[in-house]
Design a binder for this molecule. Structure first.
Ligand code: PBG
Length: 351
């Protein structure tokens, strides 16, 4: 560079550029970020409609679609309305639903015995949905919390959630759910030995093709509050679930716990809640290589809705960014109350 150009603007710019080239060794990360076409070309993960599982809430009755205060935009639906919702979801291309019932208080008891009624609300809904919309997957939960009068996921005896008796009950409930047409049984109770017991019970009943998606690592989280309102357990729950859910501090234990579920025959794994536990999603995917899902739970949903309603955040962009984060962390799919909203946005080419 000649002395004559040194003090001109062009000379300074050239000098600066060469300094930076020296620093970067001519490697420039921004080259691939320069335009929409190049960003699309190098994009590593994408969210598609095939990644979405839609959790829905059920209530007894007909023609009911009741708003849930703590979950803006989410309704509890009677079975006929749930069938309509299933059809809408199938039309959007959503692969599967997960159902959660809000059963009458008088049907709830100490042992959650109504879980074993082949005609209970979950099983009615499964039958109706599978009959009307056979091409959507139905995932059912066998935890006892919608059926107990204390809101715990298991049978309560002398202040303890008893493991083995609960496992026998949920394995029996799983067979009723499979009889009703459930495609995937998804136990969210975190009892020891449940995956193996459910697998044996399903196989003994001839349900070899019914899969198990284990809520392999379910943490004792503060994010479940709105769900408990949705299924009417918030007023019932005494104490907390720390004697059976995982401690949010423990990642190694989470991997060990999921390993037992894999050995016992889980077909798929789930991490719950979702975003605060992305490290666990990645660890499970890398360790076991099974189809791995995250449950973006009610509290995660409602925080986004509330932030948007208050005008603090752009709810739609945050929704898509968070759903994408699960894919980046290795998840094959996400259970999300946003499923229809996200599916519509993806169909329009957004996201
Ligand atoms: C319990 C259960 C929970 C959720 C689904 N099933 C947690 C709980 O109430 O302790 C939470 C789902 C959500 O928050 O969206 N078996």
């Amino acid at each position: 560079m000649g002395d004559t150009t040194k003090n001109t603007a062009a000379g300074l710019a050239a000098a600066a550029a060469s300094d930076i080239d020296e620093i970067t060794g001519h490697r420039r990360m921004r080259r691939t970020r320069v335009a929409d076409w190049s960003r699309r070309l190098v994009r590593e993960t994408r969210l598609t409609v095939d990644d979405l599982i839609w959790p829905i809430f059920l209530v007894p009755g007909t023609n009911l679609s009741e708003p849930i205060d703590a979950m803006p935009g989410v309704n509890r639906m009677s079975v006929d309305k749930a069938v309509e919702a299933a059809r809408m979801a199938a039309d959007l291309g959503i692969p599967a639903l997960a159902t959660f019932p809000n059963v009458e208080m008088e049907k709830r008891d100490q042992t959650g015995s109504h879980a074993l009624d082949p005609e209970n609300l979950i099983n009615q809904a499964t039958r109706a949905i599978k009959q009307a919309v056979p091409n959507i997957g139905v995932i059912t939960d066998v935890a006892l919390d919608p059926f107990t009068d204390h809101g715990h996921d298991g049978i309560l005896r002398d202040g303890e959630i008893v493991n083995d008796e609960t496992v026998r009950a949920i394995a029996a409930a799983a067979v009723h759910q499979a009889d009703a047409g459930a495609d995937i049984i998804s136990p969210s109770d975190m009892m020891d030995g449940r995956i193996g017991a459910i697998r044996r019970a399903l196989d003994a009943a001839g349900h070899h093709n019914v899969a198990i998606m284990s809520y392999a690592t379910k943490f004792a989280s503060a994010c479940y509050g709105p769900y408990r309102e949705a299924i009417g357990t918030s007023g019932l729950l005494k104490g907390d679930k720390r004697t059976y859910y995982l401690d949010p501090s423990n990642a190694m234990e989470a991997v060990r716990d999921a390993g037992l579920d894999v050995e016992e025959g889980a077909d798929m794994l789930m991490v719950k809640p979702g975003l605060p536990y992305l490290d666990i999603c990645r660890a499970l995917k890398d360790t076991y290589g099974l189809p791995t899902f995250a449950y973006q739970v009610s509290g995660e949903y409602s925080m986004i809705k509330a932030g948007h309603a208050a005008g603090y955040i752009d709810g739609e962009r945050i929704m898509m960014e968070k759903l994408l984060a699960f894919k980046r962390a290795g998840c094959d799919g996400i259970l999300t109350y946003f499923a229809p909203e996200a599916a519509r946005l993806i169909a329009k080419g957004g996201g």
